[in-house]
Design a protein around this ligand. Structure first.
Ligand SMILES: Nc1nc2c(ncn2[C@@H]2O[C@H](COP(=O)(O)OP(=O)(O)OP(=O)(O)O)[C@@H](O)[C@H]2O)c(=O)[nH]1
Length: 366
């Protein structure tokens, strides 16, 4: 029973079409509001309203028409129900006003609710049409009253006026609240979507500059970074060193243990070295089994010491499946006014010297 009521009150389920779903929710609010409104007005009349009996029957007719619109809506005819609601509201209200004989009663102000309702369902065109139609209806009623075409009006006031005004205020507030909620929900959805996209973009950017195998920076990121680091160091006269290292006899290791074991060595090596660096240092995979490190605020003597420490660390580590692995290191501190190419060449030559000197060694670029 509780379930049936909840289904009756809830907007109809609309698959897929987001705009139709939103319109169905608004029309549902309006149809429920109109039914509630008619019930309140009828209750007010029964409690001692002064409206003519024919107005009471018109109200009952309107209530039945709104219930019919509710059925139409819940059968999926959203547009038809919306149009029906507006026309019934407008025609019914005009007939009631004609029967009351004047527009000088709170009933005339219900046109305002029709305008709000049409605006919520049909947007700007609905607002303009309903406003123009209501204005013309009021003008017509004034002319008709002045020409004596309407029945003699009854100007006495009572509880009925209070009920009508209160119902009107309540419904107008609810419609405004619902409109705000729709906008707020749409904004929240848009914000969540933007956040999600930002996360995806950040992740894509991270992937684009990360080496997929080892998780350290890739060559692209390294090349983007080193130019700026060099410029900064030369401007502020701070020492900056570059370190290149390369696994010894990696081809033989691959041949003996397989490519996968080789991959694992590279991953383990990157982790081992990464743990020994300072926060600002940039460790990147230069290519194949060769890695590069930018060492901030690091003169040649410190870079040499660090390279020696790393060499010992690698040589002393038992790599999974393959055991001992060694690496050779080349180091050079950036000279004042030195170009990137010249600096790199010195580090490369130092690494070459370490290799040709027997490997598992560190050499400083001259
Ligand atoms: N497993 C694995 N092997 C790679 C990867 N990239 C490059 N290699 C291999 O690394 C080997 C490098 O061989 P070389 O340049 O001859 O160097 P090396 O055998 O280490 O000899 P030295 O550097 O002179 O000590 C090649 O066989 C490449 O196929 C990788 O991502 N994974």
């Amino acid at each position: 029973m509780k379930h049936a009521w909840r289904r009756w009150l809830a907007p109809p389920a609309v698959e897929g079409d987001e705009d139709k779903r939103r319109r169905a929710a608004v029309v549902n609010t309006v149809v429920l509001g109109s039914i509630a409104f008619m019930l309140i007005v009828l209750l007010g009349m029964l409690l001692g309203g002064k409206a003519p009996r024919s107005v009471l029957w018109m109200d009952v007719g309107l209530l039945a028409a709104y219930v019919l619109m509710h059925r139409l809506l819940h059968r999926g005819h959203v547009g038809l129900a919306a149009m029906g609601l507006t026309l019934i509201g407008f025609t019914g209200l005009t007939l009631i006003n004609m029967r009351l004989g004047t527009i000088r009663t709170p009933t005339a102000s219900i046109y305002l609710f029709i305008v709000l309702m049409a605006g919520a369902v049909f947007q700007l065109r609905g607002l303009l049409t309903a406003a123009a139609a209501s204005s013309l209806a009021v003008l017509g009623l004034i002319q008709a009253e002045n020409a004596g075409l309407l029945p003699r009006p009854d100007y006495s006031v009572g509880l009925m006026q209070w009920v009508t005004y209160t119902a009107l205020f309540g419904l107008a507030s609810f419609l405004t609240y619902q409109g705000n909620q729709v906008v707020r929900r749409a904004l929240a959805r848009a914000e969540a979507e933007i956040e999600q996209r930002k996360l995806v973009e950040a992740e894509l950017s991270r992937i684009a500059i990360t080496d997929a195998l080892t998780g350290v920076w890739n060559r692209r990121h390294f090349e983007q970074t080193i130019g700026a680091e060099r410029a900064k160091a030369q401007r502020h006269h701070t020492p900056l060193s570059l370190l290149l290292f390369d696994v010894d006899h990696f081809k033989a290791l691959n041949d003996q243990f397989g490519h996968q074991a080789g991959d694992q060595v590279l991953t383990e090596l990157a982790r081992l070295v990464g743990r020994s660096l300072r926060d600002g240092d940039v460790l990147a995979r230069w290519g194949g089994e060769e890695f590069a490190v930018i060492l901030h605020h690091c003169p040649a003597a410190d870079a040499l010491r660090l390279a020696e420490k790393l060499r010992g660390l690698v040589a002393g580590h038992a790599f999974d499946r393959v055991g001992t692995v060694t690496a050779s290191f080349g180091v050079a501190e950036l000279q004042p006014d030195e170009t990137l190419d010249a600096w790199f060449r010195r580090v490369d030559l130092a690494l070459y010297a370490a290799k040709s000197g027997g490997r598992n060694a560190v050499r400083l670029g001259a």
